[in-house]
Write a protein that binds this ligand. Sequence first.
Ligand code: CU
Length: 175
Amino acid sequence: MNLSLTLRSLIGAVAIAALGVGASANAEPVKVGDLVISQPWTRATAGGAKVGGGYLTIENKGTAADKLVGGSTDAAGKLEVHQMSVSNGVMKMHQVEGGLTIEPGKTVKLAPGGYHLMLVDLKHPFKQGEQVPVTLEFEKAGKVAVSFKVEGIGARAPTAPAGGATDHQHDGHEK
Ligand SMILES: [Cu+2]
């Protein structure tokens, strides 16, 4: 048995537990190779939801392009890189073939309404305030573990979801 691996798993579990306690904790950016990954987040899911979106910002500080090709998580059957677009008011999404390119010197933001990670076949619902550990995989930089913070259902959604009459934007700060 591999003792160092066991120890690392244990430290990882403690770190994740600590993150869960500090609700306001703003996770530090994660570096892998020339890439800097910041603010990974996802949304709380309603009961029977089988998919969830994953959002994050990737900065390429290197001199060569890299690609986000996918990843894995214990929380879902598979993880895909998706692109969403609106056509005549209808949201459509499809898998990004071959991965999402991050050009050198550029920052790519995965956000609702655009590029995102799709967690397919969720093993359990996501609850607001939890952390979802995900391993991302880049073509050159390799694999890196990040933790997605679970925000509220519909958090930072650009538009009201179809049929979501009870999920309207609350504009509370101005009269
Ligand atoms: Cu998707």
